[in-house]
Write a protein that binds this ligand. Structure first.
Ligand SMILES: [Zn+2]
Ligand SMILES: [Zn+2]
Length: 260
């Protein structure tokens, strides 16, 4: 039996959510879709919102928290986030019942699953990535990451599975339709991670245990799944990093179930 399973329910600027589970417990990281949509997407991989033990939040941008209020009320699911994130513009309005305050760098547990948040640079009051361990297996999620830091890199190291942002192709963004201020925001230190930087950090963090990489939060205007994959795979193979499955996450389709 797999020690740790996960599935991207959807990822991109119109909504993000991941389901993570072992044989006993299931939780979500982010709930950036409507309650109805989350239920539908979970059903496609045989999961039910009735079984969710927690929703753990990365940050207070609506593409990550849109469905948090309704999931909290409809299914009585406790919401785990830092005090700063809970006070954010969107979440504050939800009047959540059953908030659980967490801190970056401090481990907590959902059943046997052990979770540790780490800060990533992004233009929200506070943004966290998560490293999740169970039964000798480990996965980490880092999206909405303006640039890599040694601390983030450390949290991605030694994982069996990784979900890493591969937001845009720098040339597509520069030559694309976005207004200058938005280009500046995305390219900035607190924006989103480009394909090339995602590939470069993967070269550093992929280890002998790494089996599966999901490229996440792909821009629909400034990237394509093909361009992201090609860029990252070229960087990996030119650095002799081979034998790891790399797939792009989709905004509209539920991803494959990864069993570690
Ligand atoms: Zn986002
Ligand atoms: Zn964001």
């Amino acid at each position: 039996m797999a020690g740790l399973s996960y599935c991207t329910l959807g990822s991109g600027s119109r909504g993000n959510s991941y389901a993570i589970w072992d044989s006993e417990d299931l939780f979500l990281v982010d709930a950036g879709f409507s309650g109805k949509e989350l239920k539908k997407r979970m059903g496609q991989v045989g999961l039910s919102p009735d079984d969710i033990k927690a929703i753990i939040i990365t940050h207070d941008h609506s593409d990550h928290v849109k469905g948090v209020g309704v999931m909290n009320r409809r299914y009585n699911i406790p919401i785990y986030a830092t005090p700063t994130v809970l006070k954010g513009k969107v979440l504050k309005k939800e009047k959540l019942k059953g908030q659980v305050e967490i801190q970056p760098g401090k481990k907590f547990k959902i059943g046997r699953l052990e979770i540790k948040g780490f800060e990533v640079p992004h233009d929200a009051p506070q943004t966290l990535g998560y490293r999740i361990q169970n039964n000798g297996r480990c996965m980490a999620i880092a999206t909405d990451t303006g640039h890599m830091t040694p601390q983030i890199q450390k949290m991605l190291e030694g994982c069996d599975g990784l979900v890493l942002e591969s937001n845009h192709d720098i040339e597509m963004l520069k030559n694309g339709p976005y207004p200058a201020f938005l280009k500046k925001r995305i390219l900035g230190d607190k924006g989103h991670l480009p394909n090339v930087e995602s590939g470069e950090v993967l070269v550093k963090v992929i280890g002998p245990d790494t089996q599966h990489i999901t490229l996440a939060h792909l821009s629909e205007e400034n990237n394509t799944p093909e361009v992201a994959l090609e860029t990252v795979k070229t960087i990996l193979s030119s650095n002799k990093v081979n034998g790891v499955v790399v797939i792009p996450a989709s905004q509209d389709e539920v991803g494959e179930v990864v069993e570690l």
